[in-house]
Each structure stands twice: as C-alpha cells, then as structure tokens.
Design a protein around this ligand. Sequence first.
Ligand SMILES: C[S@@+](CC[C@H](N)C(=O)[O-])C[C@H]1O[C@@H](n2cnc3c(N)ncnc32)[C@H](O)[C@@H]1O
Length: 254
Amino acid sequence: MPFLFALDRGRRTAKSAAAVLLKWAGCRPGVVFEMDNQCVCGAGALPAGEAAMSKAAVRDYFDRLAPGWDAELVADSKKIHAILDAAGVKPGARVLDVACGTGVLFPFYLQRGVAGVLAVDLSPAMAAIARSKATGPIRVVCDDVEEMRGTGEYDCCVVYNAFPHFPDPERLIGGLAAWLRPGGRLTVAHGMSVEQLNAHHAGSAAKVSRGMLPAPELAERFRRWFRVDVVVSDGEKYIVSGVLKTDAGAGEAP
Ligand SMILES: C[S@@+](CC[C@H](N)C(=O)[O-])C[C@H]1O[C@@H](n2cnc3c(N)ncnc32)[C@H](O)[C@@H]1O
C-alpha cells in the first residue's frame, strides 16, 4: 500500500503539509517521525491506484460491467425504502439521481409519485440501459455530474452506491449543493456496511474507487454546506443526509 509523505526540517511544517495532502486524498492523519534531521509525516495509506483514479478509467470500468449489471444486482426493497425515506423522496419531489447506473432506483421513484427525476451517469453503457427503462417523469443524461452546472431547483439529491467512485468528496458535495433548492436535501447512501463496501472495492475495483469514509467523517465534510440530521452506519446500510444551509455558498470549491 503506497503512502503520501510530507518532508520538511520542521515537525510542524511537515505536519501541516501532510494535512493538505490528507484533505486532497481524503485519508486519515498519519504519524510524524524523524529521519536524518528531516521530519516525515505520512498522510495515510491509499489502496493501490486510488490517487490516480481517473474519470476515463471509471467510465471504461462501468461500461464493461453494464451488460451484466442488472443480472448481478440484488435490490433489497426494504433497505432502499429506508434510504429513500431518509432522502426525503416523496410525492411531488424533484430528484437528482447521481450516478444512476442502470436505473435501479427508478421503480422506487415511480412508486413514490415523484414529480421529476434527472438521472445522470458517466458511463454511456450504464446510461443507455437506464434510458431504456426511463418512463414518466424520469430523464437520463450521460455526463460527468461534476462537470454539469447545478440548477438550484431539486428537492433531493441521491448518491446511491456510487460515492467511492468520485475522486474528491468535498468537490462532489459542494458541486451537488448547487443543484438543490434552499432547504433541499443531499443523501449519500449504500445498501451495505462500510466494511462490506471497502472489501467489495478491494479487488478489481480498487483502481476506480477510494476507501469509503466512516459516516461521522463524511458528515463532517457535509457540514460546510449542509445541516446533517441523518448519520446511519450499521451492519447492512450506510446513510449520511443533510439539508442545504441557506448561507451555504453552494457550488463553491472547498
Ligand atoms: C457502483 S455503480 C452504482 C450505480 C447505481 N447507483 C446502482 O446502485 O446500481 C457507480 C456508478 O457511478 C457512475 N459514475 C462514476 N463517476 C461518475 C460521475 N463523475 N458522474 C456521473 N456518474 C458517475 C458510474 O458510471 C457507475 O454507473
């Protein structure tokens, strides 16, 4: 497992340089140790390939998986309903489905009588399957959601089973804030525990994923833009959800 290091003669400088690296890499504080009159601060271990995760690699990876995705998928309705309850998806809601994949959540949105869904996915193959299932108020766009301009009109923004595939948590959270109306809600959720998720991403997905932050840490990252009122991390699901602050400066880079 590779490490990031900050190297300086001063202990304090090495530590603050490492803090910058930590923020960039989204990993945990490391230890400071001295070596040949230099202070070295390790900025945490990253699974191989994580620092180099590129959008092209993510897109190609999911393009390859798309044809078999639905056959592999186990959609647990009870968990999904718990997540959509926390996400505030209710009749009349306008929903931004971030990284919709093949559209696993579409039947649930329709069941809940939403007014509109903009479903975005980076992978053309995933988006094509999602589009083939989009009915009623659901519209599918194939794009990098981080390169799209937020419209400030959505009630709910849902990132389901996709957060580890975004390279920079704060960039994503700040960008998604710009899609929400005042009082709108952002939810990041997974239908498995952090441990299961990280184990799931340890194999071939390591080069297109980063380690999932523990829920309280993700909640901290939300707080610049959101008032967090849901933090769930148990043996079968993970949910962090919050309401957009009125003075949030949505869309600002962190
Ligand atoms: C693990 S899949 C989950 C898909 C779906 N939410 C599900 O639960 O079946 C992650 C998805 O994130 C999409 N994705 C990754 N980065 C993205 C980005 N920058 N913009 C939009 N979609 C992205 C991938 O193409 C992929 O379809």
